[in-house]
Design a binder for this molecule. Structure first.
Ligand SMILES: *Cc1c(COP(=O)(O)O)cnc(C)c1O
Length: 398
C-alpha cells in the first residue's frame, strides 16, 4: 500500500526517523571499557524525565508489565496489604498482578470514566492507624478509558494521614507526555515503558525508585531474580549490566531523550495537551461522548470515544484500517465494541492528528454513524489554528 500507515494507537507510537537511525547499528560489546561513558549519562538523563534527583532509574529488557513486576517484587512481602483501584483494563491488570503475587489487595471498584478515588483513599488511609497498608497504587493515565488521575492528591492523602505506605504510580502511558514529578509528589515507584511517550519500540521496562523504596527493597521478601534491583545496582554503578542489555534500544533511548530535551519537557506536555484538546473538540463536533466523565479526568495522551447505541466501535477501527490504512484502537474488556480510541502521543504534529481525525470521521460515516462530514476535522482545525505557534504575525517575519 503506498504512503504511510497512520498509527494512532496509544502504544506502540510512531518512531521518529532520528531514533530509527540511532538504533540501526551493528551489534556492540556490552562489556566494552568505554560503555560507562554512554550508560551513566543515559541513566542520569532518564532521571530528568521522572523529575527526580534523589531517586534511581532501573531499565529492564521487558515491557511495561515487566516494570510493574519489578516494582512490586523488589519492595513488598507476601501477604502485604495494598490499596488499589480499578477503572479500566490496565488498572485492573495491575490489581490482578498484585493478587497473583500473593499480596492482600484491597481493590476499590470505580466507574469506568473516572480515575483514582482520592477521597476514598484518604478515608481508608486515615482509618488504617496500625499502618497495615504497605503500598498505595495509582494509575496516572488509564489507557483503556482515556482517564488521567491526580497523583499529587494521592500523595496529599497519604501525608494528611501521616501514612508511611509506599506510593506506586503506573506512568506507562503518561511519563514523557504528561507532567510527572517523582520528587515533588514523593512517589516511591514509578513504572514506564519504551513504546509510548518515549517513542521507541517495545522492549524496555523503565522504573524509577525513591530512596525509601530502595531501602524497603533490602528487607522485602517477595521472590525475585531477573528483576532484582540489587543485581542492577551492582553492575549499573560501574556502568554495566547484570545480563545482556538491549543495546540498540538503549541507543534509541539516548536519541529519544535528546529529542525530548531539545523540545523541552514542558513544551512536550503542552503539545500533547493541544492535541488532546483538538481531539476533544472533534468529538464534541461529532456529537459524541468521551468515556472520561468530566474534564478533570481528561487524558492528554489518549481519547476514548463512545459510538452511538446500535453501532460497534470495533467496526469503526476495522473500517479505518481496511479502507484508509489508519490504526485506531479498539475498546477493551467492559467497553469492547462500545468505544474506539484515538492515541495522540509521541512523535506527532498537527497535520498528522488531523489525518487521523479525518480517517475516523470517514470510517464512522462508512458504517452509518451520523456524524457530519468534516465536522470534527473542522473543529480541530480551528482549535489548532487559534493556538498554533508562531502567531500569524510572527510567521510573516520568518
Ligand atoms: C501499555 C500500558 C501498560 C502495559 O505495558 P506493556 O508494555 O503492554 O506491558 C500498563 N499500564 C498502562 C497504563 C499502559 O498504558
Amino acid at each position: 500500500m503506498p504512503g504511510r500507515n497512520f498509527l494512532f494507537i496509544p502504544g506502540p507510537t510512531n518512531i521518529p526517523d532520528r531514533i530509527n537511525r540511532a538504533m540501526h547499528l551493528a551489534q556492540e560489546d556490552m562489556r566494552a571499557p568505554d560503555l560507562p561513558n554512554f550508560t551513566k549519562p543515559l541513566y542520569e538523563d532518564m532521571k530528568k524525565v521522572f523529575k527526580t534527583t534523589t531517586g534511581r532509574v532501573f531499565i529492564f529488557p521487558a515491557s511495561g508489565t515487566g516494570g510493574w513486576e519489578a516494582g512490586i517484587a523488589n519492595t513488598l512481602s507476601p501477604g502485604d496489604k495494598v490499596l488499589m483501584s480499578g477503572f479500566g483494563h490496565f488498572s485492573n491488570l495491575w490489581i490482578d498482578m498484585c493478587q497473583r503475587w500473593g499480596l492482600n489487595v484491597q481493590a476499590l471498584e470505580v466507574d469506568w470514566g473516572e480515575g483514582v478515588p482520592v477521597e476514598r483513599y484518604a478515608e481508608i488511609l486515615k482509618a488504617d492507624r496500625k499502618h497495615e497498608i504497605k503500598g498505595v497504587f495509582a494509575t496516572q493515565n488509564e489507557t483503556a478509558t482515556g482517564v488521567a488521575s491526580d497523583v499529587k492528591a494521592v500523595r496529599k492523602a497519604l501525608d494528611d494521614a501521616s501514612h508511611p505506605a509506599l506510593l506506586f504510580v503506573d506512568g506507562v502511558s503518561s511519563v514523557a507526555s504528561m507532567d510527572f514529578r517523582m520528587d515533588e509528589w514523593c512517589v516511591d515507584v514509578c513504572v514506564s515503558g519504551s513504546q509510548k511517550g518515549l517513542m521507541l519500540p517495545t522492549g524496555l521496562g523503565i522504573i524509577c525508585m525513591s530512596q525509601k523504596a530502595m531501602e524497603a527493597a533490602k528487607t522485602a521478601k517477595l521472590p525475585r531474580c531477573f528483576f532484582d534491583i540489587a543485581d542492577q545496582i551492582k553492575s549499573n554503578d560501574m556502568g554495566f549490566f547484570p545480563y545482556t542489555p538491549p543495546m540498540n534500544l538503549l541507543r534509541g533511548l539516548r536519541e529519544s531523550l535528546n529529542i525530548l530535551f531539545e523540545e523541552g519537557l514542558e513544551n512536550v506536555f503542552a503539545r500533547h495537551h493541544r492535541y488532546a484538546e483538538a481531539t476533544r473538540a472533534a468529538v464534541k463536533a461529532w456529537g459524541l461522548k468521551l468515556v472520561a466523565k468530566e474534564p478533570k479526568w481528561y487524558s492528554d495522551t489518549i481519547s476514548a470515544v463512545f459510538v452511538p447505541e446500535g453501532f460497534n466501535g470495533t467496526e469503526v477501527v476495522r473500517t479505518a484500517y481496511r479502507r484508509y490504512n489508519l490504526c485506531l484502537s479498539i475498546g477493551l474488556a467492559k467497553v469492547a465494541g462500545k468505544i474506539f480510541r484515538i492515541g495522540h502521543l509521541g512523535d506527532m504534529n498537527e497535520l498528522m492528528l488531523l489525518a487521523a481525525l479525518s480517517g475516523a470521521e470517514m470510517a464512522m460515516r462508512d458504517i452509518g454513524i451520523k456524524v457530519e462530514a468534516g465536522s470534527g476535522v473542522a473543529a480541530a482545525q480551528e482549535y489548532l489554528r487559534a493556538s498554533a505557534k508562531p502567531s500569524v504575525e510572527e510567521a510573516r517575519k520568518i
